[in-house]
Design a protein around this ligand. Structure first.
Ligand code: NAD
Length: 454
């Protein structure tokens, strides 16, 4: 029997042993989900909606427990972890409105009536990374279940605790056995099996671009439906007409939140040349004041990195001699701590500038004008997120249209709102999650023609 020892990233101490499923156990659960699909898809829309609202209510009643579990397992700040549990509640409530609104169309045709139906796909395989275990799971299972699919979900090896608890809460809420299944296990075993098992009709994968490409190749064998949410190297673009103090005060949170382990992290800050010095002065004050401490503290703004191995990986991007402009602070102790680090590059071919570090490291680069800012922002294989700071509305619109990224914000650094679509350009992903259209990604359009001439 294979097990994995969960380590608390704040203390580096073991928390719990988790059984990792093998391929046979995975098959048993996939087949159970396939059987449950036969009846779940037929649950009356209003009843499915009620069950999702009940699931949301039960999760809401356990917000604090789930949040504490995430602090323990993932080292997230308690404030973030509460938001993450709340996001699952919001997503479930939002998509609980869908079963009763899963409209098809009646299309005018000669000699008959034509109707489209939105049919569920079957079993959906959701593969989740370790950086936001609860929200990313919910973005998949919320709309998937609402559309009448059943779900098998694999959390990341290192962060399965909240997903396991969510599956228990689903049962408590009355979601029938077999409809929502969580299978802790290795990507190379459970995740691969989702891709190769013919009963799994769609994969929702969030994780690294490398694994995403591998999964895409695997899905091709069965023309399996696929949504990919992958890496990022997003730009935070600050123009000279912006509120520079505000942009600088907000910039640490935009990249160091969740210790930089955020696909939307604004890990490249582009600043117009004539305000570069002013921005850096304010930014330095904000970075040094950013509270990196025990994530269980209410005041914590950043906790540790997820594992010792990831800490070592992040460290490699900041070797001795790296162009460090300044750094924030970090606590002493056994956890996987890395101080917020600001790099001022002159060589834009540096690995640290081009690759997704997924840690609290940001590069700051000057630009001359609008075209230069767009050119630098787009000079990346990624295109997930980004911010534009300017008081000139025309400029903000032009630059928003010019930057190749799926989720932008103007005079703000927020990326995720469950009401709006989320996803990436280029190698940041394929398809969109959340928002009003997410159900399209979990249904097939079926067209039926009724001949009225016979
Ligand atoms: P990862 O790709 O290593 O793992 C992600 C998941 O895939 C894990 O559950 C893992 O077990 C599984 N997996 C690994 N190999 C597999 C295989 N061969 N077949 C099937 N499944 C497999 O990524 P990670 O290190 O856990 O997460 C960090 C990455 O996720 C970053 O690149 C980040 O940008 C990305 N991410 C993207 C988004 C987004 O929405 N675009 C959100 C969060 C994280």
């Amino acid at each position: 029997m294979t097990t994995y020892t969960i380590i608390n990233p704040t203390t580096a101490k073991p928390v719990q042993e988790i059984h990792l499923a093998d391929i046979f156990e995975t098959d048993v659960i996939i087949e159970k989900a396939a059987r449950a699909f036969a009846s779940w898809r037929l649950v009356a829309p209003g009843d499915r909606a009620k069950l999702l609202r009940k699931f949301a209510a039960v999760v809401e009643a356990h917000t604090e427990e789930l949040a504490q579990l995430e602090v323990l397992n993932s080292g997230h700040t308690i404030g973030n972890a509460r938001w993450e549990a709340g996001n699952v509640v919001n997503v479930l409530n939002y998509y609980s409105a869908s079963p009763e609104r899963l409209f098809g169309r009646q299309i005018p045709v000669p000699n008959g009536i034509d109707i489209t139906f939105k049919e569920p796909l079957g079993v959906i395989g959701i593969i989740v990374p370790w950086n936001f275990p609860m929200p990313i799971a919910g973005w998949g299972f919320g709309p998937a279940l609402a559309a009448g699919n059943t779900v098998v979900l694999k959390p990341a090896e290192v962060t399965p605790l909240t997903a396991i608890r969510l599956a228990e809460l689903a049962l408590e809420a009355g979601i029938p056995e077999g409809v929502f299944n969580v299978i802790p296990g290795k990507g190379s075993v459970v995740g691969e099996r989702f891709v190769t098992h013919p009963a799994v009709r769609k994969i929702v994968f969030t994780g690294s671009t490398t694994v995403g490409k591998h999964i895409m190749q695997g899905c091709a064998n069965q023309v399996k439906r696929l949504t990919l949410e992958l890496g990022g190297k997003s730009a935070n673009i600050i123009f000279d007409d912006a509120d520079i103090e505000k942009a600088a005060a907000n910039a640490p949170g935009a990249v160091f939140d969740n210790a930089g382990q955020d696909c939307c992290a604004r890990s490249r800050i582009l600043v117009q040349k004539n305000v570069y010095e002013k921005f850096m002065e304010h930014f330095e004050v904000a970075v040094k004041a950013f509270r990196v401490e025990d994530p269980a503290n209410e005041s914590a703004e950043m906790g540790p990195l997820i594992t010792a191995a990831h800490l070592a990986r992040v460290q490699e991007y900041v070797p001795s001699g790296a162009p460090i402009a300044f750094q924030g602070t970090k606590p002493e102790g056994d956890g996987f701590w890395f101080a917020p680090t600001v790099l001022a590059h002159t060589n834009l071919e540096d690995r640290a500038y081009r690759e997704e570090i997924f840690g609290p490291v940001v590069s700051v680069v000057p630009f001359t004008d609008e075209d230069d800012a767009i050119r630098i922002a787009n000079d990346s294989e990624f295109g997930l997120s980004g911010s534009i700071w300017s008081r000139d509305i025309g400029r903000a619109v032009r630059v928003s249209r010019g930057v190749e990224a799926g989720n932008l914000s103007v005079n703000s650094n927020s990326s995720v709102r469950y009401w709006t679509p989320f996803g990436g350009y280029k190698q940041s992903g394929l398809g969109r999650e959340l928002g009003p259209d997410a159900l399209d990604a979990f249904t097939e359009t079926k067209n039926v023609f009724f001949d009225t001439q016979n």
